[in-house]
Ligand binder design. Structure first.
Ligand SMILES: [Zn+2]
Length: 117
């Protein structure tokens, strides 16, 4: 944590002096954001999850037909099981949580001010 938090902080918009744990600026009503917002975390999760689920499902859908041109046998059957769909979901969730924690880390210790109507 940064040292100037102990003395409080200055509002980005109105330059009022705020307490170090203030959630809103008493003077101009600006929101004080510590670290990443819930929206930022959710959107980074959704983005990574969405991309990964699309790519992995496409992979699962098209790989068996591609494989059938090149190899034959039980490998193809293996790809057609529901477990592959479950696997895609697991990978996508993992990618989502990874992206979420990466966003969390990148905003860690940061204090931002936001004015929302
Ligand atoms: Zn202010």
């Amino acid at each position: 944590m940064s040292g100037n938090e102990i003395d409080g902080m200055i509002c980005f918009f109105c330059k009022s002096h705020l307490k170090c744990d203030a959630k809103v600026c008493f003077s101009c009503n600006a929101l004080v954001i510590y670290g990443a917002t819930h929206e930022e975390l959710t959107s980074s999760f959704k983005e990574a999850f969405g991309i990964t689920i699309v790519i992995s499902l496409l992979f699962v859908m098209f790989l068996p037909s591609w494989l059938s041109d090149h190899v034959s046998g039980d490998i193809i059957k293996l790809f057609h099981t529901w477990w592959m769909i479950v696997g895609c979901l697991v990978i996508s969730l993992w990618a989502g949580f990874r992206a979420r924690s990466a966003t969390e880390r990148s905003f860690e210790g940061q204090i931002r001010f936001s004015r929302r109507m």
